[in-house]
Design a protein around this ligand. Structure first.
Ligand code: SF4
Ligand code: SF4
Length: 303
């Protein structure tokens, strides 16, 4: 079912050859600096970023996640009124990638998943109301890319290994699963609230803000994290990102994997009533934590 497909190719669907392959498919392709089309693929970009792409790039540039998002990305809706995605923002007034230089990619070792895959596209699918995901590959052939004419053959699995994609796919799996699950849910089953969509944006893309959230008093009033886990989350961003995927499964789909404190609900209610009695807050329900958007942009679902 096409509507359940997440195509991680950075390109519009038309150049994607509509055949699905497994990793043993042999392709003919080579990209190198001396090729006549060098940089052509980075001059007109449409690249969706995974949470791991953002983590790698913000680290490389020594930026916070909020600084990286503001400077180098723009949000978009993956589905109408649904989850937010993040794309590279091209150069001012142009279509080229901000990281393209005459010598090639200036962030090559940390380039995003979609850039690594090209000209292969990862196709992840989940059928409506099924619990398992399937993956296959498609090929992208565009007139401007001469890499297909080069005399080198290798399997898609060998190409993925060469491009360092095992690590990227592994780290991005939890994010892809969340999106597939959301897309494969019926119109009412598993429909997440606006607040859970805001949390989705923060936990997936704005990792430094998510860390602050996890170590906030209000989070710790509700969730029961061991000291060991807290230490790991404070020190290891990849673990924090993976914890974020677990947290989102719990918030969006009620898949309980993080212990909730037994008295959490009573304590929060008592606190709210105390503040109401003292006239500090109105009796109208309001979220305790608002995950602010790094963008001044109302459409991203995280304002
Ligand atoms: S990150 Fe690098 S490889 Fe990807 S589009 Fe930009 S310059 Fe090209
Ligand atoms: S061969 Fe294809 S991927 Fe490599 S630089 Fe040329 S257009 Fe880009």
């Amino acid at each position: 079912m096409m509507e359940n497909i997440i195509n991680e190719s950075p390109f519009v669907p038309s150049p994607v050859i509509p055949t699905s392959y497994d990793g043993s498919k042999v392709i003919q392709f080579r990209c190198h600096k001396e090729i006549a089309c060098f940089n052509a693929c980075c001059k007109n970009i449409d690249i969706t970023l995974t949470p791991y792409d953002i983590l790698r790039l913000k680290r490389r540039l020594d930026l916070t996640s909020g600084e990286f998002l503001l400077g180098f990305t723009e949000p978009y809706e993956m589905d109408k009124d649904s989850i937010a995605g993040v794309k590279f923002k091209p150069v001012d007034g142009g279509t080229a990638c901000q990281f393209m230089t005459d010598e090639g990619c200036s962030v090559y070792e940390d380039r995003p998943t979609a850039c690594r895959y090209y000209p292969v596209a990862l196709v992840s699918m989940r059928k409506q109301n099924e619990n398992t995901d399937t993956h296959s590959y498609a090929l992208v052939e565009e007139a401007h890319c001469f890499g297909h004419k080069e005399d080198r053959s290798l399997t898609i699995d060998e190409y993925r290994h060469e491009q360092g994609l095992e690590d990227y796919d592994e780290q991005g799996r939890g994010w892809r699963q969340l999106i597939l699950k959301k897309k494969s849910s019926g119109p009412t089953v598993g429909a997440p609230s606006k607040r859970s969509l805001q949390l989705f944006f923060m936990a997936c893309y704005d990792l430094d803000r998510f860390r602050d959230f996890v170590f906030s008093d209000s989070f710790n009033e509700v969730y029961d994290l061991s000291d060991d886990l807290k230490k790991t989350l404070a020190e290891d961003e990849i673990e924090l990102m993976q914890f974020g995927f677990r947290f989102l499964r719990q918030v969006m789909f009620s898949e309980e994997s993080i212990a909730v404190k037994a008295d959490a609900f009573d304590k929060r209610l008592a606190k709210k009533q105390e503040r109401e009695a003292a006239g500090l807050i109105s009796s109208e329900p309001a979220p305790e934590i608002t995950p602010d958007s790094p963008y001044d942009h109302p459409e991203c679902g995280c304002d």
